[in-house]
Design a protein. Structure first.
Length: 150
């Protein structure tokens, strides 16, 4: 499969359609790989320093692996040394949405895909300029599409 190809057997995946999806968890469970489903729909977390993008470089766009929504540009990615891919801003203000997360005795802000409502990770206020934000994302719920060579 090429990086520009959508995942097989997911009729909801589109890199051009930003329309909000209303898909049941039962349907997502049927079409998503177990590891993606666990993080995206059950709010799991991959172990630090194990995801494919935590230290990845290259120019391109990071999309939601569940629905294809464009989330982050590589020029907003930075090495935070936390073990997960980190970005200082979303691609568009409406690419993601936020919810309060009080799980595990902590108070955090969860980041969700605004198209499919999948869990992506959390946002913190310890990132670099210009935003001071650190979007700490799980690699398993991201697809990277490199820019075309010029």
């Amino acid at each position: 499969m090429l990086p520009t190809d959508p995942p097989p057997a997911n009729p909801h995946y589109s890199r051009t359609d930003a329309t909000h999806l209303n898909v049941s968890d039962a349907e997502w469970k049927r079409i998503l790989p177990d590891d993606v489903y666990h993080v995206a729909r059950e709010k799991g977390t991959e172990r630090a320093f194990t995801g494919k993008y935590w230290d990845a470089t290259g120019l391109g766009t990071y999309h939601c692996a569940v629905c294809g929504n464009a989330l982050f540009r590589s020029d907003s990615k930075f090495g935070s040394s936390c073990g997960w891919p980190s970005f200082f801003e979303a691609l568009r203000p409406d690419s993601v949405r936020y919810e309060s997360d009080r799980s595990f005795g902590m108070v955090r802000t969860e980041v969700l895909c605004n198209r499919c409502d999948s869990h992506l990770g959390h946002i913190f206020d310890d990132g670099p300029k210009p935003t001071g934000k650190r979007f700490c994302m799980n690699s398993i719920v991201l697809d990277f599409v490199p820019d075309k060579a010029r």
